[in-house]
Write a protein that binds this ligand. Structure first.
Ligand SMILES: *[C@@H]1O[C@H](CO)[C@@H](O)[C@H](O)[C@H]1NC(C)=O
Ligand SMILES: *[C@@H]1O[C@H](CO)[C@@H](O)[C@H](O)[C@H]1NC(C)=O
Ligand SMILES: *[C@@H]1O[C@H](CO)[C@@H](O)[C@H](O)[C@H]1NC(C)=O
Ligand SMILES: *[C@@H]1O[C@H](CO)[C@@H](O)[C@H](O)[C@H]1NC(C)=O
Ligand SMILES: *[C@@H]1O[C@H](CO)[C@@H](O)[C@H](O)[C@H]1NC(C)=O
Ligand SMILES: *[C@@H]1O[C@H](CO)[C@@H](O)[C@H](O)[C@H]1NC(C)=O
Ligand SMILES: *[C@@H]1O[C@H](CO)[C@@H](O)[C@H](O)[C@H]1NC(C)=O
Length: 261
């Protein structure tokens, strides 16, 4: 009997401590206030209806010890309003995924305020216009930038070359109809993924400088008006698992160094 009582007591304690630790794992009170303000600025999209001070912060990534919000993972959350400045009042945000929403208008420069940002995915929205020349006012700690499948036009700005920590730069499937800074992109030596495909760029050759990107695993450059021959320089990309140069206007031979390194 005593053994059973102790066992039951132990179980109750266990259940209590589990439920208690779950309710303790919440964004801090200050950050909860900010999250509710952001939700309101976004016009209360239905998928955020669970956000409330009683606790289901779906899509919010936070440190469960300090309560600091470090990420917003909100793909397909029916967000149709521009990013409000309140987002960057979450001072420890490193991760923002707003892919597959209904964002329209220009690149959201309001994100310049997110000084700790490392990951930004705005892909699969309806953003348009030119990328800002001073896009480097985004956190220079950026490691992943995905703007794929929007309607951006004009040039890819030179300032993109200032994100020296970038591991992925994903700009495919837009309406860029100007130029991209090949030499500057070739200086982003940490890149593992680079996509510029499916854009009506001004015709031009593969930048030789891409041969410096020796950590590249994926290089997708199809359907972007490329001319000239495949430069020998690409043979230094020994980590490549995918190279796609299809649907361009290139000519000449495939360098032997590329086939038999
Ligand atoms: C807190 O986070 C750590 C690591 O992310 C995880 O292992 C742990 O289960 C979390 N604790 C609670 C109470 O959610
Ligand atoms: C939290 O809310 C989301 C969206 O409303 C829902 O899909 C999810 O199941 C909820 N999670 C919990 C643990 O209640
Ligand atoms: C977002 O776009 C999708 C597809 O274009 C549409 O079905 C949906 O109603 C839109 N949602 C909002 C909140 O505008
Ligand atoms: C969170 O942000 C505050 C304010 O910018 C900063 O002082 C603090 O060091 C950050 N914490 C972490 C873990 O980065
Ligand atoms: C966008 O690119 C990032 C890497 O930069 C990747 O992690 C993410 O899955 C991509 N988003 C989509 C919707 O494919
Ligand atoms: C190639 O460039 C021309 C003019 O620069 C442009 O009109 C055309 O749309 C581009 N074609 C492709 C397939 O990107
Ligand atoms: C990058 O490549 C170019 C031409 O292929 C070369 O002249 C330059 O020195 C290289 N830069 C670096 C930093 O490796």
């Amino acid at each position: 009997m005593v053994v059973y009582s102790i066992l039951i007591l132990f179980l109750l304690l266990l259940i209590f401590s589990i439920s208690n630790s779950q309710s303790a794992a919440q964004p801090s009170a200050d950050e909860q206030t900010l999250l509710l303000a952001i939700k309101q600025d976004w016009d209360n999209p239905a998928p955020l209806s669970s956000w409330s001070s009683t606790g289901n912060w779906t899509g919010v990534i936070y440190n469960n010890i300090t309560g600091q919000v470090t990420g917003l993972s909100l793909p397909s959350f029916h967000i149709a309003r521009p990013n409000p400045p309140s987002v960057c009042r979450l001072k420890n945000l490193t991760y923002i995924d707003l892919s597959f929403n209904n964002l329209t208008g220009d690149f959201p420069t309001v994100l310049y305020g997110c000084s700790a940002l490392e990951f930004l995915d705005l892909s699969n929205n309806q953003l348009s216009g030119k990328l800002p020349d001073r896009i480097d006012r985004l956190s220079l700690g950026m490691q992943h930038l995905n703007l794929s499948s929007n309607a951006f036009t004009g040039d890819v700005p030179l300032a993109i070359g200032r994100f020296s920590k970038l591991k992925s730069l994903v700009l495919d499937t837009n309406s860029f109809n100007g130029n991209y800074p090949g030499a500057a992109i070739g200086g982003l030596l940490e890149l593992e993924t680079l996509t510029l495909a499916k854009n009506p760029f001004e015709p031009g050759p593969v930048p030789k400088e891409f041969g410096n990107l020796t950590k590249l695993k994926l290089l997708w450059l199809s359907c972007m008006n490329m001319t000239g021959t495949i430069p020998d320089d690409l043979s230094s990309l020994t980590e490549l698992t995918l190279l796609d140069l299809s649907q361009n206007k290139m000519q000449g031979q495939i360098p032997e160094s590329l086939i038999c390194p």
